[in-house]
Design a binder for this molecule. Structure first.
Ligand code: MSP
Length: 660
């Protein structure tokens, strides 16, 4: 048996001073799509990801959390790893830069560079922030520290330098000989002109940072984070023993445009200096922006993947990320666009085609795939369309044109919808001719669905498995060889599988509301409702958002932090576009508060006016469906649906009285 060709691809290793958001998820999703696609084309694929655990930022984050760095990064690595697993994005290797194997590889790479004459000891002079204990890159004397605003000082420290300047010509030659090394083209031009502009030697060790990989025999030198981080790609597949694993050099480094220089200039230079094979390609994608700006925790506009996956399924998020934006360019993220695409392309498109085709086969042929005997020219037209889409989609995937690949697949789905509308198999009768025609139409549609399912599998790994079993197909869809995929392979006579919900249609406003509520809870666990009842009353959400917090015991001091008062509802009104929410104006004695409560399906607004309720008054304000909510109304959660029942008082109580 011929051995498979290998394909090694990587995501960046992510900083552990924060948690994954949609931007990180994007890179990892793309890597996973490529991995699945390449496997279906017969490659032996390894995909790696991991965590970048050294450096000043991590040191600071650990100090802030009041725990040792090693403990902090261990916790964070678990968080990242767990989230990837939960999202179905488990890599083949997860590398942590604190792993011994990695430490060994960094030290080995340094030794090779040094032995080959590309490392020397020198002095690095730069602007240093004494408060933050860090050099401030690109700062000039007199500049303030961008992190803390304090003046920087000019400091000189002894460092090891890497002779990057010696690699200007080798790198330019390399780019010329390997024109696809940097993609897309615009990034390549950027890098080429940067290198043509001249390269300065690079300081690759630090003595001012403690939390790093030690340079053997040269303590207190530790490696500069990027020398450390880039090497993770090599340590993930064997480190010094990389030849044994047979995966190095990497076939593809997937990165965001922000870190292209490190990957396309420094990394190949380090490897050339060590006389190690250089990766084959670095692909830099664009950024997902929020309201055309960068996502940041301080702006409060960070989009989290988990709430979306919980609400719409991970396939929906994968589809959106790849379909919405041309790979390589920046794009805007919006929940509105996400849910619109979900409903139109997934629920009404693929989901609807699959369920109605299966339902018609069930009804007319007792769930057995019919034989297509009475074919007509229009069947052949559809067949040709699907057949030619196979070639186009494979080419698009190959060129990383994911949006175009999906567009082509969905073009075929639309053609099938049109075909069904004009053939109207449901309008045919039970005569032999009609039954034969029905058989041909339904087989043709099912065959098209089979092809679509295979082609979409790398992007929609969960739902295509469901369609596959619905079509009664043997083995797994992931095992289908893309290169052998042809029109006409669908066997008649197979029994269809059980119908399963694929992409249930959602109400846009309600879906967004739930996603936002879940995101709110994940980002502000301290402000999260403590009980299912509270969640139901405050956020209008149910399901995951309303699940009770773990029943940990709290102290009386913890309880005392929650301020609850008697309030009286002064006005209550519905919120347009949020059918579960009511906007209340509540008098809490000292002031009047606007509070949103998820009780609209159970309480008429008019009936609430004048009612006295229990209010959590010191909850951080937040926005629900764009409406500010400043407090929370307490309610019991009743029955499996969590029907909210407002807490009240049997005796008359003064407005503003504290609940204890
Ligand atoms: N630790 C370095 C990488 C070292 S690789 C040897 C790092 N980490 S990071 O946590 O900041 O994540 C970087 C990557 O996350 C980006 O290059 C990009 O792949 C992804 N993204 C982070 N935010 C993003 C968006 N808003 N949009 C798209 N991707 C972005 O840099």
């Amino acid at each position: 048996m011929a051995t498979k060709e290998k394909f090694y691809l990587t995501t960046p290793i992510y900083y552990t001073n924060g948690l994954p958001h949609i931007g990180h998820t994007y890179t990892t999703v793309v890597a996973d799509v490529i991995r699945r696609y390449k496997r279906m084309r017969g490659y032996e694929v390894v995909m790696t990801t991991g965590t970048d655990e050294h450096g000043v930022n991590v040191e600071r984050a650990a100090n802030k959390a009041g725990i040792p760095e090693s403990e902090f990064v261990a916790r964070m690595a678990v968080e990242w790893n767990n989230l990837w697993n939960e999202l179905g994005l488990t890599a083949d290797e997860f590398i942590r830069t604190t792993d011994l194997q990695h430490v060994r590889t960094v030290q080995w790479l340094f030794k090779l560079c040094k032995e080959n004459g590309y490392v020397y000891k020198g002095h690095y002079t730069g602007q240093y922030c004494i408060y933050d204990n860090a050099f401030v890159n690109d700062a000039k004397p007199g500049d303030n520290c961008p992190d803390c605003g304090r003046p920087t000082e000019t400091v000189t420290e002894e460092n090891y330098f890497f002779k990057l300047s010696a690699f200007q010509k080798p790198l330019l030659d390399f780019y010329r000989k390997n024109p696809n090394f940097i993609q897309p083209e615009t990034r390549k031009n950027e890098i080429v002109s940067f290198v043509e502009g001249g390269l300065k030697d690079l300081s690759i060790t630090r003595t001012t940072i403690r939390w790093g990989i030690p340079v053997p025999g040269e303590e207190p030198h530790v490696f500069y984070v990027w020398f450390d981080a880039l090497t993770a790609y090599l340590s993930a597949v064997g480190g010094p023993e990389y030849e044994r694993r047979g995966m190095w050099p990497a076939d593809l480094h997937l990165v965001g445009k922000d870190i292209i220089r490190f990957h396309a200039v420094y990394w190949p230079a380090f490897l050339m200096a060590a006389m190690l094979p250089v990766p084959k390609q670095v692909w830099a994608h664009g950024w997902f922006l929020m309201d055309s700006g960068k996502m940041s925790k301080s702006k409060g506009n960070v989009v989290l993947p988990r709430p979306i996956a919980n609400m719409l399924g991970m396939d929906a998020l994968r589809y959106f990320l790849l379909r919405e934006v041309v790979f390589g360019q920046d794009g805007n993220f919006s929940y509105d666009a996400l849910v619109t695409r979900y409903n139109s392309d997934l629920a009404n498109g693929l989901g609807n085609l699959a369920s109605r085709t299966a339902a018609m086969i069930e009804k007319n042929f007792t769930g057995k795939m019919p034989k297509p005997s009475a074919r007509q020219p229009q069947d052949e037209v559809l067949a040709r369309e699907a057949q030619s889409a196979i070639g186009e989609v494979l080419e698009r995937y190959e060129n990383m044109e994911f949006a175009r690949a999906l567009e082509a697949i969905w073009g075929v789905i639309a053609a099938a919808d049109k075909y069904l509308s004009s053939e109207q198999p449901w309008a045919l009768g039970d005569s032999e001719t009609d039954t034969q025609r029905k058989a041909a139409v339904l087989w043709t549609t099912a065959e098209l669905l089979r092809i679509v399912t295979v082609l979409a599998h790398p992007v929609l790994p969960d739902s295509t498995v469901k369609v596959w079993s619905l079509l009664g197909q043997p083995a797994s869809v992931s095992g289908v060889e893309l290169d052998g995929l042809r029109w006409g392979q669908l066997a008649a006579g197979v029994q269809l599988g059980k119908a399963q919900a694929l992409f249930p249609r959602v109400d846009k406003a309600e879906a967004i509301e739930r996603i936002e509520a879940m995101a709110n809870e994940e980002q502000n666990p301290q402000a999260a409702p403590a009980t299912a009842a509270a969640a139901a009353a405050s956020t209008a959400s149910s399901g995951a958002a309303a699940s009770p917090a773990p029943a940990e015991k709290i102290t009386i001091e913890d309880f005392a932090k929650v301020e609850m008062r008697v309030g009286q509802i002064l006005t209550a009104e519905r919120i347009v576009g949020a059918d579960k929410l009511l906007k209340l104006n509540v008098d809490i004695g000292t002031e009047k508060r606007q509070i949103c409560a998820g009780i609209a399906q159970y309480y008429e607004p008019e009936a609430l006016v004048g009612r006295k309720v229990a209010v959590v008054t010191n909850l951080a304000p937040r926005k629900l469906r764009g409406v500010e909510s400043n407090g929370m109304i307490i309610a019991a959660s009743v029955g499996p649906e969590g029907r909210p029942v407002l807490a009240g008082f049997l005796e008359d109580v003064e407005i503003g009285a504290r609940l204890k």
